[in-house]
Design a protein around this ligand. Structure first.
Ligand code: FAD
Length: 402
């Protein structure tokens, strides 16, 4: 089989297919992990908006922590847990709902006392009326490239051939079935082709005449210079009313967030050479988000910025992944619709998709992620809904604006 794209989703799918004994080739337009996956914050989050996503997120955490056991390659994972914090009445109510439903779905989540928040999160000075959830299962991978490198090493050990700088330029369809891929140098026959092309997923599917319903949106973060206010062992924090996430990074603080008016940008209306390096970054957007937590998190605004990076999210209209067989294109599969969680969920998604391809049967619950679920949606609707999902990343079923 062939996987198109060597990001987290493509490599995880390739690795899990190889683990089940398949012969796998991965074709990558640029270099492995160079696009969205290499720029991720590396955060894994056990509290999710529905039961299926909770299951996938928690399965990924388990797989990340035990990565060496099942893949044979070491992977460093920080497991300090996380706090989810709300500072408005409406967001406090939203977190209370998340607490109840996440516990019902099996996640280990607790309401944190003010003392637990004060003692457990050194870089956060609570105002006193904060409501927080403590999520001990949550982890992060400090440098996202380390997951990519670990998956690459495990793939290669299992005989997966990963070809970089070899874009797929054609997907032949014979007698109504996808038969492989074409690059500028060669044709590769394969009974299954997985489109895991990230921000380019629609372009790749279009090579077979198919359409994948995702919209691409910019996302950014920064890392401050080292700061004594930040203990490297501190947990992750997500301030949901500000839509801001924070974690220790390189001796400083990582700050990322979700603006209410996100920027739709992507390769569809750009030159063929468009890459993540061409996504226009805007530090002011992040400064405004950081300013919302300045009183509680002085390190978010006081320190110099050492790294500012960004890339593309592939947003689906309902905020769920887009995974499974592409409708009316037998032989073509997709792993996309990351909705901001593609890095952290890649281990569970690759595992599930590999099982689905091997058996032809969807693993329990996975048909809910099928690209067929949307029907024909015009692009403007797709973009509007995708932007809404982005802006409501931390409160998809929660309160509207204050
Ligand atoms: C700043 C930032 C922070 C983020 N933080 C987090 C986080 O904390 N947790 C989390 O879970 N997620 C996070 N994400 C989202 C996460 O990065 C993505 O969901 C995930 O990386 C998507 O993986 P992917 O494999 O689909 O895409 P990519 O990593 O973009 O990989 C797709 C690959 O396909 C290749 N490709 C494209 N076209 C072709 C072609 N024609 N032929 C061959 N190859 C092709 C591309 O070159 C690319 O390498 C973040 C994203 C950004 C931008």
């Amino acid at each position: 089989m062939v996987v198109v794209g060597a990001g987290a989703l493509g490599l995880s799918t390739a690795l899990h297919c190889a683990l089940s004994g398949r012969s796998v080739a991965v074709l990558e337009r640029l270099t492995a992990g160079s696009q969205a996956s290499g720029r991720a914050a590396g955060l894994f989050k056990s509290v999710q908006a529905d039961e299926l996503r909770t299951r996938l997120a928690r399965r990924s955490i388990t797989r990340a922590l035990a990565f060496a056991d099942w893949s044979g390659t070491p992977l460093e994972v920080a497991s300090p847990g996380s706090f989810l914090i709300a500072r408005t009445a409406r967001h406090r109510g939203f977190l209370a709902t998340e607490l109840a439903q996440s516990r019902r779905w099996g996640a280990d989540v607790h309401a944190a006392t003010p003392a637990q928040l004060a003692e457990g999160l050194g870089y956060y000075k609570a105002a006193g009326d904060d409501f927080a959830l403590w999520c001990p299962e949550d982890v992060y991978i400090s440098e996202p490239a380390s997951l990519i490198e670990a998956m690459l090493a495990a793939c290669r050990r299992l005989g997966v051939v990963v070809s970089e700088h070899e874009p797929v330029v054609g997907i032949p369809v014979t007698s109504g079935r996808v038969t492989g891929v074409e690059t500028e140098r060669r044709s590769i026959g394969a009974p299954a082709v997985v489109d895991a092309a990230g921000g380019w997923v629609r372009q790749v599917a279009a090579l077979a005449g198919a359409r994948i319903p995702v919209a691409t949106v910019r996302h950014q973060l920064f890392i401050t210079t080292p700061n004594r206010l930040v203990d490297p062992d501190d947990p992750i924090a997500r301030v949901v009313d500000a839509a801001v996430y924070l974690r220790p990074a390189r001796g400083g603080l990582m700050v990322g967030g979700f603006e209410r008016g996100p920027l739709p940008v992507g390769p569809r209306h750009q030159d063929a050479s468009f890459s993540t390096d061409d996504v226009p970054l805007d530090l002011e957007v992040l400064r405004r988000l950081a300013a919302q937590v300045a009183s509680e998190v002085p390190a978010a605004t006081a320190a110099e910025i050492a790294d500012h990076r960004g890339g593309l999210f592939t947003m689906s209209p309902d905020g769920r992944f887009v995974v499974g067989p592409v409708p009316d294109q037998p032989g073509l599969w997709v792993a996309s619709g990351c909705n901001g969680s593609g890095f952290s969920s890649s281990l569970a998604i690759g595992e599930s998709l590999a099982a689905w391809i091997a058996t032809g049967e969807a693993p329990p619950g996975l048909t809910a992620l099928s690209p067929a679920r949307f029907g024909p949606l015009p692009d403007d609707v797709l973009i509007t809904r995708g932007l809404w999902q982005y802006a409501h990343y931390y409160d998809p079923a929660g309160p509207g604006p204050e």
